[in-house]
Design a protein around this ligand. Sequence first.
Ligand code: R5P
Length: 288
Amino acid sequence: MIIIGCSHGKLAKNIAKRLKKPYSELNVRKFPDSELYLRYMKDVKGKIVVLVQSFYGQISDCIIEVLFAAKTARDLGAKKVFLIAPYFPYLRQDSRFNPGECLSIKVLSEMISDCFDKVFIIDPHLHRETDLHHLFSISSKKLTSNHYTAQYIKKNIKNPLIVGPDWESYKWARKVAEEIGCDHVILEKKRISGRKVKITLNKKINISGKNIIFVDDIISTGHTILEAAKNLRKLGAKKFICIGVHGIFVENALEKLKKANINVITTNTIPNKKAKIDISELIGKELE
Ligand code: R5P
């Protein structure tokens, strides 16, 4: 087996170290016209090639890169090619909301199925589509970072009250609270647009003496958490902690959250300065 770091070299390196397997980075660069150049720097013939690719930043480039890398590995004689996607994109585009729209997740999962033998995704945002097996025709497995988040909270935060900002967040908020054995509450969210949400407190919450911790999968623009905090401020809460799995942080999300007295922590599925929860063990165990 050889672990190959694409967009997330640091995580890939940690995984390789844990497994005592060889690690190599892809040599990827761009031609002046922005076409991608890609080269394996170690021989992959006869090996299981594990590509660790988190799809953040220039997502379209990440997609092309991983498809080119998988096909090239096969072409170079790899025995099998696995994809580890700490963050996998386009899962929210799982329905044709308006006539003529692209079902992006379907197209992408078909392309991945065509190029890989197996795919592992950490905390995929499965909503209307509930199972990876419906999406991928190859072997697929979802992994969750919940245990690592729960451990982090247990170790670092006293008297937690876990708050899930919307119905879908129960898969993280409730599960984490259950492992810790602490109280939790799930709020109600209505998405108005990509940048606007409305959140309501649907039940009585006692926040007295509690450290409020929002737990969600994705933090992108930060508006979901900002809006949730706005609601809890009405109850007298002043400071908040927010733990997300995938810290995408677009449009100055981190600055906005900081201004609102929200201390952000994430896992390291996407590299960022708030990634304090390491999930390399989770992936390592799957590849053992
Ligand atoms: C959506 O339902 C997700 O679980 C997140 O709540 C959402 O993607 C967060 O996005 P934003 O930070 O842009 O509000």
